[in-house]
Design a protein around this ligand. Sequence first.
Ligand code: SF4
Length: 512
Amino acid sequence: MMGKNSGQIDVFNSMIYEKLIPKDHLLVKIDTIIDFSFAYDMLKDCYKDLGRKSKDPAMMLKICLLEYLYNLSYIEVVSRIKTDVAFRWFLGLNIDDNTPDDTTISHFRIKRLGEKRFHNFFNEIVRKCIERDLVKTKRFIIDSTDVAANVNYPSSKKLLCNAFRKLTKEIRKFNADLAENQLEAFETAIEEEHAKNEKVNVNRYSEIANKHLEYLYLKTYDELQTNEKYRESFGLLHDLIDQYTNNKKDKIVSTVDPDARVAHKSPGNVKRGYKNHIIVDEESEIILSSVQTPFNVGDEKKLVELVDQVEENFEIKPEELSADKVYGTIDNRSNLKDRNIVANIQFYNENSREIKIFGIKEFNISKDLERVTCPNGITTEKYTILKDKKRNQPMKSFKFDKKICLACTLIDQCLRKTKNGKSYIVRKVDISTRYDAILDGLDRAKTEEFRQAYNKRYKVERRFATMVRKHGLRRCRYLKLVGAKIHITLANIACNIIRMVNLLDPSHLAMP
Ligand code: SF4
């Protein structure tokens, strides 16, 4: 059952704490600003009515927070609680009270809280920022940063071997002989392959692994129906074989953390792990919402989700939203337009195109999307409605009169030639039926207000930098996506709490 500290630090201890802890200590300020008793209500469903009393959930929540406020591991935080009087005071402990051990903290984090309740904790802190009128709704900013998974990344061949060994480890638990035989047979087959050929590629490894997996499927069919851990390692090896055989883009990079993904952050800059997508209030720099994904999920896919979350959780929406070019898809721009949110999103520079053929931007498209005028001043109203297969949305395909084009002096800049090079292809301009949002964006990008708003995006970078430097964001402490979500959410919470203290007490200049 839920246990609660008496909340009473006795007179003797109070005197000691008062003498030793400075009034401007960070934890004193946090304690003045935030009442953590919300934890009792938030966690009441996690405890049974009967049984042994648990550790106080508000205290346990504060311990998780201390780890990220001071960038300590859960083992380090236990040592600090033992010796640091400010920590003990913050947790409501007397000098001689017992402290929770690292196993209890780990159990509380994984079993009691889990991803959803950490998310509620995050929302509770944001709600407090809104109640204190710290969050303005003039302009929000969206961006993402990488968070490395806490694992090493073996080569593709080693990854397959690791997955096979992991599978046989699970088999050993219910059939030791089968596990030994299969592992030996697999390793022998690989060795023989190397003896035959100087170079053995990963596809050959996959073929060998697949042969054994098919055998194991038949041999252990019943176990696969009931044994979840075995099914998990079986599935992992199956997915790895599939990714190499079919050259899948969505690549598993570790058997220890199979949810981590790899992608290029910029040309030549490969990152592996997860992403922290956030939306912040430009003025206060408070993080209002966050979504955590494997690293290969595109930033632009999370814009609507972030805006939705802020609106659903706190019933607020901004007048404007600033974001990098990558977020400027038609879907994002039209979604923001429909919500009456001005998009401060730049467009990609198209000057780098190799073949200089007039792009859509060289054509003048009427606001009602009924007419298109080409660079030679010819206007067409002829269009057919087609389906944009990529977006599964309708689009208008405008067509120019070929006879007029053949007499045009700009023909070589505008029309492509047929394959044999003897004729020209009719000029078409395809526009989404939501191109109105692009036209608005192009108009907006010419304004001084846009320039000023766009230049403020450094503020979101500043949040990321603080979280990396002070709250250990750069590398996940826990495994798999669920662990990454907890790690990232706690770093976001710590960052918001420090920001809250700074905003409510500007004299505290030492803080980030
Ligand atoms: S080629 Fe046709 S569409 Fe292109 S600029 Fe000339 S007249 Fe306009």
